[in-house]
Each structure stands twice: as C-alpha cells, then as structure tokens.
Ligand binder design. Structure first.
Ligand code: PBG
Length: 313
C-alpha cells in the first residue's frame, strides 16, 4: 500500500508567445520553453503520447500597458492558441492562467492606483484597485472560455476574484467552464524562473500587498474557505514544498478538491543539482509523491513530462 503517483495527477504548464516557429529558451529554467502555437501543438503530440492529459497555459504578450488590456483583447495570445489546441485535441483538458502581471507595464497582478507614486507597503485595498481588477480578470476569463478553455485559473489574488469570474461565466453561458482558484498563493521567493519566462517581474515593490506571508498559515486557510464559498471547483496551495503543512491542513479541514503548484524555483533547484548527479528521477518521484501524500489531487509541475516517461518504464 501507499501512495501511487500517476500521470493523471499531473498538469503540465506551457508558456505561449505569438508568431510562428518559436521555441525559445528561458533564463534559469532548464528544458522549459516559450512556444508559438504551431510549435506548441507539436509538443502537445509528444505530451499526449506520454499519457498526459492536462495543460495549463500562460500567455506572454507582445506588448503591455498599465491596464493589461492585451490580456483580454480580441484574439489575445491565449484565446487564439486555445482555439487551435482544442481544434486538434478536443479531449485534452486545457486550463488557462487568468492574471494581469505578464500584461501590465508595471508587472503587478492587478490594476494599481496611481502607478509610480504608490507605496505598496500600503494595504492591499489602497494599492490595487480591486473593482477595476475584477472587471479585467472577468474579461480575460471570458475570452478564454469563449475560445474553449475547460478551466480558468485566476491567480491575481484579487479579493472576490472567483465570485466575479463565476458570475461573468454564468451570465454569458459558460456554466460548464470550471474554475481553479490559486487560493492560497504565497509571496514566495521561488517564482524567479517563471518571472523570466513571463517577463512579469514587478517594476517596483513586490507582491506582498496581495500575496500571503509565508509566516501566516491561518490566513491561507481563510483564503481557501473564501474561494470554496465563491464557487471554485478546485482550490490550490502555491508553492508546494515549503507549504506541505498547509496542504495537509486544507485537505483535512475542507476535504475539497485540491491542487498544489510545484513552482519554477522548486523545479530549477532540482534541475541545477541534477546536472551533476544521476538522482533526478528518484528525487523528483520522491518530491511529487510527498506532495500527493500531503493531500493533493492534482499537481502542477514542470517535471510532468519526465515523470510520465519514468512511470511508463
Ligand atoms: C502570477 C503567477 C506566478 C506564478 C504563476 N502565476 C508568479 C508571481 O506571482 O510572480 C509562478 C509559478 C512558478 O513559479 O512556476 N500570476
């Protein structure tokens, strides 16, 4: 007996750019690339052959503005890519990240008050314009749902983002589109390679006004509870490794579908060590089995393709 990790437990994240024939390397992010839609589709054939069936897409736009409007404009990079993917792979579960940080010139996850002058040590309410942010997030989610996304995954940590998106989806006839809430998202130091991939590093300040403090586990539980009440179909703890206690507590307390994000910095640490050792397979299987054992139903991980390969051996 014990925990059996399966390919069906895993979600593979992809970074998407516009244009054609692009497969770009990313700084400090070994074996992860930014793909244009055509090259992405080629990669998905491979992923499907390995037995994986779920992907999570992050858009990297050509241009940015303070409102992040390229995230929801017609035929935005995610919407146009999702259409192409669902056309080729109707049964693949396609999830999309719903956030503003890769699309805003300032790199924050919401629309901010008085850009430049604001001090983000101020409370979240003063720093982020929550109402405008919810409007933008709803438009993004809707554009992804219209394109055929099966799940949308709001990651901006805006107050009542799940409720706002659920309402917008329902009103427009997308009752079957599911929501994965990045419910307990910590202001972590493990997001570095991801920010290189999405060029989403904040231009000033940090995300501590809206992401959670790693010292405060109680707040994380409240955020999870809010997302469940607001209608999330699955909730998430992110990152995973320094937060296994939170994962366990959430599962025990709520017994609700739960995902964990094994984030870019966690992945890059293992990859860096394993350049010089032969332990990668054993280490990764141990790590991911541990995350599952703590109480997760799904794990978002850049190791997913390797794991699927190893599980087939
Ligand atoms: C933000 C977002 C982040 C990640 C996913 N969505 C990072 C951040 O808050 O800057 C990080 C994921 C990873 O590190 O793999 N919308």
């Amino acid at each position: 007996m014990g925990i059996n990790l399966k390919s069906a437990d895993l979600i593979y994240p992809y970074f998407v750019v516009s244009g054609i024939n692009k497969k770009e390397k990313i700084k400090d992010f070994p074996d992860v690339f930014r793909f244009s839609a055509d090259r992405l589709i080629r990669d998905i054939w491979q992923l499907k052959r390995l037995g994986l069936g779920k992907i999570l897409l992050f858009g990297v736009p050509d241009s940015k503005d303070p409102e992040g409007s390229t995230a929801y404009k017609k035929d935005n990079v995610i919407a146009s890519t999702v259409k192409k993917i669902k056309n080729k792979f109707p049964n693949l579960i396609v999830m999309t990240d719903v956030c503003l940080c890769a699309y805003t010139t300032h790199g924050h996850c919401g629309i901010i008050n008085r850009p430049k002058t604001i001090d983000n040590r101020l409370k979240k309410e003063k720093f982020i314009d929550n109402k405008k942010t919810l409007e933008a997030l709803s438009k993004i989610a809707l554009s992804h749902a219209e394109a055929g996304a099966d799940w949308v995954a709001p990651s901006a940590m805006a107050r009542r983002q799940v409720a706002a998106i659920r309402q917008a989806l329902d009103k427009n006839g997308y009752k079957n589109t599911k929501i994965m809430g990045y419910s307990a998202k910590f202001a972590s130091n493990f997001y570095g390679p991801f920010r290189n991939a999405a060029s989403s590093r904040p231009a000033f300040g940090d995300r501590s006004a809206y992401q959670l403090s790693y010292a405060d586990g109680k707040k994380a539980l409240r955020e999870i509870e809010d997302d469940i009440k607001e209608g999330a179909d699955i909730v998430m703890v992110k990152p995973a490794l320094a937060y296994l206690d939170i994962i366990k507590e959430v599962k025990t307390k709520f017994n609700y579908p739960l995902a964990a994000y094994n984030v870019s910095g966690e992945y890059a640490m293992v990859k860096a060590y394993c350049e010089r050792s032969r332990e990668e397979k054993k280490m990764v299987l141990e790590i991911l089995t541990g995350i599952k054992r703590a109480g997760t139903d799904l794990i978002i991980t850049y190791h997913a393709k390797d794991v699927a390969k190893w599980l087939k051996e």
